[in-house]
Design a protein around this ligand. Structure first.
Ligand SMILES: Cc1ncc(COP(=O)(O)O)c(C=O)c1O
Length: 440
């Protein structure tokens, strides 16, 4: 970083407050305490005062290998050094290399296309499902975040007043995530509970449904796992009722293996979206799936072809980072994923032991390196369960205290925590100690 060109960090932070709305570029970063981070290396981050934090936030999950992984960074630097540029015309070998790597490694992927953000990938997935089925309606799941675009940006965190009592079979009222989002007039989006196939059948019996899009594990409200048979049941319903099953793996993808959660659950959705961990913090997202659907993106019949267009789609920086990340996960996967599972289990056990010793009603929900603690007496099954039973205030309070003591968890209740391959057992013990201290 060239201090001379951008000024001192303190001045830069002042600039943030003066010139950026909310001082941040994504309002999910508008949190309290508001800390200006300056540097990240492996499992650690340093703020602008030089204070060190052990990071369990991982910038909302991309840093699977840890911050600034050298092999991934080197691949990016090498790509730029070779004058790989953005040409904006014709096929690019680097993109072909990544596409082949992904489709070889992930059994359910036959073709892929590259975008920049998870939100673009999920929006395109829905558009493609409409083009393929000729139907307009689609179903989302309460508590599943599927990106910031109109129609999809709804019903993640809500109050009971906003969504009302539990409904099954049935649907919840649409609650846009922000102003200016025009979804409730259109009524093409239907919200149902997670783990609730009856409600999907209910909506499909009333409307022509193109797709159901969901995270396989709800990792934007912590870690809410699918019931046994739920994802396979969703697959079977898609086949029976003719809608496409879109698995939004932007957050789960690559965290438990290169095959994503689909491989863990042994289901084969029609379309997948990936982002975040695939390039260990560099921007790229992927829409992939079966050729018979993906090929519609380049249909010679323009009336059938959804628009895929993006100046930066397949940018060599993101592509090079993704190739390097996937190659690392491929060649060292056994070691990396068993390390992550071991650390995840250690975190789960450690926090559970603290809760038990203190007599505090609480649980840890975890899949691999992703975990969340909840102040309730059972692991949540869906958003309603969480809303009714979890102590949100205590959750934030504990996180803030932990941050003060150098263990960084994003200070937002229920937000999922991430362990990276760069963490050590000592880092987990440190985090558990900080959790214990924060509960006191
Ligand atoms: C499951 C899921 N889908 C989609 C998105 C949107 O991705 P992006 O923030 O890259 O647009 C996110 C981001 O948190 C996500 O967690």
């Amino acid at each position: 970083m060239q201090r001379s060109t951008i000024g001192k960090i303190e001045n830069s932070l002042k600039n943030c407050h003066e010139y950026l709305p909310g001082a941040v570029s994504s309002m999910n970063r508008l949190v309290s305490p508001s800390i200006g981070f300056e540097r990240g290396d492996g499992a650690y981050m340093w703020d602008s005062d030089g204070k060190k934090y052990t990071d369990f936030h991982a910038a909302f999950a991309p840093h699977l290998l840890g911050h600034n992984n050298k092999e991934v960074n080197d691949a990016v630097i090498e790509t730029i050094g070779k004058q790989r540029s953005l040409f904006g015309s014709g096929p690019v070998a680097l993109e072909g290399e990544l596409a082949a790597l992904l489709c070889t490694e992930i059994a359910a992927l036959e073709k892929v296309t590259f975008l920049n953000t998870g939100s673009e990938a999920t929006a395109l997935a829905v558009k493609l499902s409409r083009a393929v089925t000729g139907r307009d309606h689609f179903i989302v799941v309460q508590g599943s975040y599927n990106g910031n675009t109109d129609e999809l940006a709804c019903n993640v965190f809500n109050t009971l007043e906003e969504i009302g009592p539990r409904v099954s079979p049935g649907e919840y009222p649409i609650r846009p995530l922000g102003a200016g989002t025009v979804i409730d007039q259109q009524r093409l989006v239907h919200v149902v509970n997670f783990n609730d196939l009856d409600s999907i059948r209910y909506v499909c019996s009333r409307y022509p449904v193109a797709a159901v899009i969901t995270e396989p594990v709800l990792q934007n409200i912590g870690v809410v796992k699918p019931d046994d048979g739920y994802l396979a049941g969703l697959r079977a319903l898609a086949d029976e009722l003719g809608f496409l099953m879109i698995m939004d793996e932007v957050k789960t993808g690559f965290r438990q293996g290169v095959g994503g959660y689909a491989a863990v659950a042994d289901v084969s959705p029609d379309l997948f979206t990936y982002g975040k961990a695939v390039a260990n913090g560099f921007p790229i997202a992927i829409l992939g799936g079966k050729s018979k659907y993906m090929d519609v993106l380049a249909s010679p019949d323009l009336s059938r072809r959804p628009l895929v267009a993006g100046t930066y789609n397949g940018h060599p920086v993101g592509v090079a980072a993704a190739i390097a990340t996937v190659n690392i996960l491929k060649s060292q996967g056994e070691v990396i994923f068993s390390h992550l599972e071991k650390l995840g289990a250690l975190a789960e056990q450690g926090i559970t032991d603290v809760l038990t010793a203190r007599g505090v009603a609480g649980v840890v929900a975890r899949v691999g390196s992703a975990f969340s603690f909840y102040f309730m007496d059972h692991a949540p099954r869906d958003f309603h369960d969480l809303l009714v039973n979890h102590d949100f205030n205590r959750d934030v309070e504990v996180r803030r205290k932990m941050i003060g003591e150098g263990a960084y968890l994003v200070p937002v209740a229920t937000k999922q925590c991430s362990i990276s391959a760069a963490h050590t057992e000592g880092d987990i013990e440190f985090m558990v100690e900080r959790f214990a201290a924060a509960l006191r």
